[in-house]
Design a protein around this ligand. Structure first.
Ligand code: SAM
Length: 146
């Protein structure tokens, strides 16, 4: 049976693959998952939809795998600004769809962060099979923002 959610650009719940998160966590030692619910949070500290991570002040080493709907642009802008302007934030690391034609990619990622394009398609935690889009890891650090 076809999993309709897998093909919807509005799907919120592309859960980070465990092995990928563990690998990133070994490198970055995350303090905060900025968007999650209790069941899928990758860190002890996280912001839920009730907290609204978009309107919180972030801190430490932040991990973000945002909701992939149309509001993703606000999460990308927030990630960039928190990494650049919030003194309490050390780094923001995002698992994101590699949509290189978008305004947000050019405004807040390209030449503004380290980008690691992922070879092949990810198998997200809650999808069946491979994702229908390419992914990338984006690392915003203060000294990489222009
Ligand atoms: C792609 S999932 C990622 C879940 C998990 N952090 C992970 O990496 O596997 C995005 C999550 O963001 C949550 N979310 C949606 N809107 C939010 C908001 N305004 N503030 C915080 N979390 C939100 C959704 O409930 C969902 O669990």
């Amino acid at each position: 049976m076809i999993n309709k959610g897998l093909f919807s650009s509005n799907t919120e719940m592309w859960g980070t693959p465990k092995l990928l998160f563990n690998k990133l966590n070994e490198e970055f030692h995350f303090d905060l998952d900025v968007c999650a619910v209790k069941e899928n949070a990758k860190c002890e500290k996280f912001f839920s939809p009730e907290d609204d991570g978009l309107n919180q002040s972030w801190f430490g080493n932040c991990f973000i795998n945002p909701p992939y709907g149309k509001d993703i642009k606000f999460w990308i802008e927030k990630s960039y600004k928190e990494a650049l302007y919030n003194e309490n934030v050390n780094v923001v690391v995002g698992l994101l769809p590699a949509r290189t034609d978008t305004q947000y990619f050019h405004n807040y990622i390209y030449n503004k962060a380290e980008i690691r394009f992922i070879k092949g398609r990810l198998k997200f935690n809650d999808g069946k099979g491979s994702a229908p889009f390419p992914s990338m890891i984006v690392i915003w650090r203060k000294n990489e923002n222009t």
